[in-house]
Write a protein that binds this ligand. Structure first.
Ligand code: Z5A
Length: 208
């Protein structure tokens, strides 16, 4: 019996993270793993969902400064980690999270230019040793990901940022993921069947 794990899916908008979370849950179930919890960040508790709403909202007469955005991400995250993720992991439940810390390093760090060392301090102060057992990074070109999201809905505040912002965000993802030994990078520019095939292959290899 494999010990329960904390799995995180990362990537730009439209990379296919939400689809991947559902697909990974299906694969784990096929491996006879029954207790699986799916969460998303920011969100997944009443308070964190309220914070999510605040983050995504466009306040037309006032700009949210980048430090506020970063702190709100961590407020939502610490609420979710302490009330849901840590108790679940302690109770033998597998947790699959749609985004985690790496999103803050990529978006607020790479995209908005906040110094990485402050994010590291925040992370250490709030979580100490809670790192994912596995991060699956779905690498998509910004144009491709945004086109997928655009088909679906009107863009929110972060989705409406410039292509340059998303290129910086992706650059940061690529840089940080290279430093993470517990990570897998999947080319997410391909069609969904090919992406799923690769996820399945890599995940089953990792589970062995
Ligand atoms: N954010 C941040 O800045 N800092 C942080 O620390 C955290 C988050 C935690 C969360 O919004 C926002 O918060 C996000 C980053 C920021 N920025 N924005 N905006 P969200 O949860 O609404 O957005 P998201 O996380 O990027 O999810 P998404 O837009 O829904 O994308 P996704 O989950 O990666 O993709 P999907 O929902 O699975 O698929 C999107 C569509 O594409 C859907 O119609 C699929 O059927 C289709 N799809 C998926 N894969 C494919 C492939 N391979 N080919 C073709 N079509 C595909």
């Amino acid at each position: 019996m494999i010990k329960n794990k904390f799995i995180v899916i990362e990537g730009l908008e439209g990379a296919g993270k939400t689809s991947a979370c559902i697909f990974i849950k299906k694969i784990l179930k096929q491996k006879n793993i029954k207790n699986i919890l799916l969460v998303r960040q920011p969100g997944s508790t009443l308070i964190s969902e309220e914070i999510r709403h605040l983050i995504k909202k466009n306040f037309y007469n006032e700009e949210m400064v980048k430090e506020t955005e970063l702190l709100l991400m961590y407020a939502a995250r610490v609420q979710l980690v302490q009330t849901i993720i840590v108790p679940a992991l302690k109770n033998g439940i597998w947790v699959i999270s749609d985004r985690h810390d790496l999103s803050s390093f990529a978006y607020q760090g790479g995209g908005l230019g906040i110094d990485k060392k402050f994010i590291i301090i925040l992370k250490k102060f709030l979580f100490n040793n809670l790192d994912p057992d596995l991060t699956i990074y779905l690498d998509v070109l910004p144009e491709i990901g945004l086109k997928r999201v655009f088909k679906r809905n009107i863009l929110d505040k972060i989705e409406s940022r410039s292509l340059d912002f998303f290129y910086k965000t992706r650059k940061s993802y690529l840089k940080n993921i290279k430093l993470d030994n517990n990570s897998i990078t999947i080319n997410a520019n391909m069609n969904i069947d090919s992406v799923n095939k690769n996820i399945k292959y890599q995940l089953l290899k990792w589970l062995q």
